[in-house]
Design a binder for this molecule. Structure first.
Ligand SMILES: NC(=O)c1ccc[n+]([C@@H]2O[C@H](COP(=O)([O-])OP(=O)(O)OC[C@H]3O[C@@H](n4cnc5c(N)ncnc54)[C@H](O)[C@@H]3O)[C@@H](O)[C@H]2O)c1
Length: 471
């Protein structure tokens, strides 16, 4: 299941110079990924007293204590978020333990900014600016050498933890984005290939798939299985929207019992949602997404420029997921400029996936509005677009939550659709989130506080569904 990608099932260790914000960012990362947070300096203070006093007694003694506290934090089986002190990497034992147990992220900061933040503090190593700058330079090689990834802020840490990166002109320069010797099988939506002409070199074989949802069939999966002819150490690179990443990700999960894949999503839905988190699959005549696997891509590359050619209706589909994400996060992410908006939404999804990679629980919050949406789509034989259906679904979820609906109304302008009420109700009952005959819903206590697995009386759910349907 790609269980060792990034920080999945491993600690997230934050390293970096003092003043980088490891404690503040680490605490937020832990909250958003629902992991335990250990701040090594705070732990030392709690057990051994103030750090200036420990330094007074000699730095080597402090470093021994630090090494022990780090080791105790990292031996825990349950994956955690651990923020290390700026000088902790001086210990070879700590560096080794990080390599074995953690995905280590360097939280990078400019020296001027770091000094501004700490100069008034009682930190023993921040008493003179000259010495501070020298120490900063001296420690950089250790940080760079130990880090699996580098980030500059909270969202950067969350993205790095699932190996997601924002990279301009990645599609045009695809062969530079995927360096190395191994052969690359590029699976690409035929329409996207026409529009964006990804650069390839002699390592690549190119496999076109039909545009959009028509690619998510057993026939297309079978054709890919038979055409691939690559070794287990090959890389599958996938370029297209959620349909393309779903089918090709599924092929990557199953071909030779699993090959590594990299997703380069080209739709807003793909960049904020579908390409992140390793849910892959195809449709059957009996229903959408009925066959699939969890297979987390070893990299996801978000190229902002590629969204420039997206038609309005596809953008609308994506905006519905953006609004959903903003409601779940409790932040008006839809107000951000596009590139920042995509980055923030993707980061939030990373956090949710890291908290529950296989959807045993909390990952279900990502279905906010989707139970109703699936019912409307299915009962319209998929003539209602996913975006319109999600917009209506969010409306119903907010109404049932007793929350204001103005954001959804203003941004997505959902209009009731003409579908058969009985069919829609039956489809809602068949939704895969329905268990034991009752529908389990995702609701919001308030924006930023979702709850999942909520059971409401059938009458209430049906009334909310009917409100979305025109007579
Ligand atoms: N795996 C997941 O977690 C997950 C999450 C959400 C959605 N999905 C799946 O994603 C699918 C929908 O994907 P989607 O909304 O990304 O669209 P899509 O992949 O179905 O593509 C829609 C259309 O947009 C075109 N297109 C793609 N990129 C373009 C670009 N840059 N410029 C112009 N046209 C472009 C395609 O050719 C196609 O015609 C559904 O099958 C859904 O089930 C999966």
């Amino acid at each position: 299941v790609g269980s060792q990608v990034g920080a999945l099932n491993r600690h997230i260790a934050l390293i970096g110079f003092m003043g980088a914000g490891k404690t503040t960012v680490g605490r937020e990362v832990a909250r958003l990924t629902e992991r335990l947070f250990v701040d090594v300096d705070e732990e030392i203070v709690a057990r051994h007293g103030p750090i200036p006093d420990l330094f007074e007694a000699g730095e080597p003694g402090f470093r021994r204590i630090e090494e022990r506290v780090v080791a105790e934090a990292l031996v825990a089986r349950e994956p955690r978020v651990v923020a290390l002190g700026g000088g902790a990497l001086g210990s070879e034992a700590t560096r080794r333990l990080l390599r074995e147990t953690a995905f280590t992220i360097l939280l990078s900061v400019e020296v001027e900014e770091a000094w501004r933040r700490v100069r008034a503090s009682d930190r023993p190593l921040a008493q003179s600016e000259d010495a501070f700058r020298r120490l900063y330079e001296a420690r950089q090689p250790d940080y760079r050498e130990t880090a699996d990834a580098v980030a500059h802020d909270l969202d950067g840490v969350l993205l790095a933890a699932l190996r997601v990166e924002v990279r301009s002109r990645a599609v045009r320069g695809l062969s530079d984005v995927l360096p190395g010797e191994r052969s690359v099988a590029l699976v690409v939506d035929e329409h996207v290939a026409d529009l964006h002409r990804p650069s390839v070199d002699e390592r690549f074989s190119v496999h076109l798939v039909p545009r959009g949802e028509r690619a998510k069939t057993t026939a297309v999966a079978e054709r890919l299985w038979r055409d691939l002819r690559v070794e287990r150490d090959a890389l599958l690179a996938v370029l297209g929207g959620g349909s393309t990443t779903d089918v090709a990700g599924f092929v990557a999960a199953t071909y030779l019992r699993g090959v590594c894949w990299v997703a380069v999503p080209t739709t807003l839905v793909g960049q904020v949602d579908a390409a992140i988190g390793g849910k892959t699959g195809i449709d059957l005549p009996e229903g959408k997404n009925l066959v699939g696997a969890f297979h987390v891509p070893v990299g996801v590359v978000l190229d902002p420029g590629v969204l420039g050619t997206l038609p309005e209706n596809e953008r609308r589909n994506g905006l519905a997921e953006v609004v959903k994400t903003g409601l779940l996060a409790g932040r008006p992410l839809w107000d951000l400029p596009e590139e920042e908006m995509v980055r923030a939404c993707a980061a939030f999804k990373c956090a949710v996936v890291i908290s529950d990679p296989l959807e045993h629980g909390r990952r279900a919050i990502l279905n906010l509005g989707h139970t109703f949406a699936h019912a409307l789509e299915a009962s319209s034989d998929y003539t209602v677009s996913h975006g319109d259906a999600v917009a209506l679904g969010l409306l119903a979820a907010l109404r049932l939550s007793g929350q204001p609906t103005d954001v959804v109304a203003e941004l997505l302008r959902p209009e009731p659709v003409r579908v058969d009420r009985e069919r829609a109700w039956a489809a809602l009952g068949r939704d895969k989130k329905a268990t034991g005959g009752r529908t389990r819903l995702v609701l919001l206590r308030r924006p930023g506080e979702p709850e999942y697995g909520v059971e409401l009386p059938d009458g209430d759910v049906r009334a909310a569904l009917n409100e979305l349907i025109r007579q």
